[in-house]
Design a protein around this ligand. Structure first.
Ligand SMILES: [Zn+2]
Length: 151
């Protein structure tokens, strides 16, 4: 990943945390990162309203402004599950063969087993702008496109 993609990927954790707080979304079904652009897909039972989506954007940017530390803990899988439960997992499974997990922790915001690269703080993301979101009723999935500030 280049620098932009590291920032974009880190922003995923921030947007996930914001969506969890506003909509209670728990399960991530997919992520797509390309440069400063990203699409986060999460499971959700009902179509959200625009106000909730604006709130997610505002909360995410508040977290960026805070410059919170992005911590990475390396734990055995049983230890990680004992400490955080299934909160660390997404809908797509971590293969059973992987027994040591890197757990990314943004305190009181997001915990996620993730072996990708991250910025040291949320401040390095600089800013997050949500694009036109889409809710797929048949799949109960919410797609949240966003961009991080470039340059
Ligand atoms: Zn990550």
């Amino acid at each position: 990943m280049n620098g932009d993609e590291t920032r974009t990927h880190t922003a995923l954790h921030v947007v996930k945390g914001a969506a969890r707080k506003v909509l209670g979304t728990r399960w991530t079904a997919g992520t797509f990162v390309n440069g400063t652009h990203c699409i986060l897909t999460v499971q959700l039972d009902e179509k959200p309203d625009d106000e909730s989506m604006s709130k997610i954007e505002a909360l995410a940017n508040q977290k960026v402004s805070e410059g919170a530390l992005v911590q990475v803990e390396e734990l055995s899988r049983p230890e990680a599950e004992k400490k955080y439960g299934d909160e660390i997992y997404d809908l797509f499974p971590v293969p059973e063969s992987i027994q040591t997990l890197k757990v990314v922790v943004i305190p009181d915001w997001n915990v996620n087993a993730c072996n990708k690269e991250h910025t040291r703080t949320t401040g390095e993301i600089r800013g997050i702008t949500l694009g036109k979101w889409r809710y797929r009723n048949s799949r109960k999935m919410l797609e949240v496109p966003f961009d991080v500030s470039s340059g």
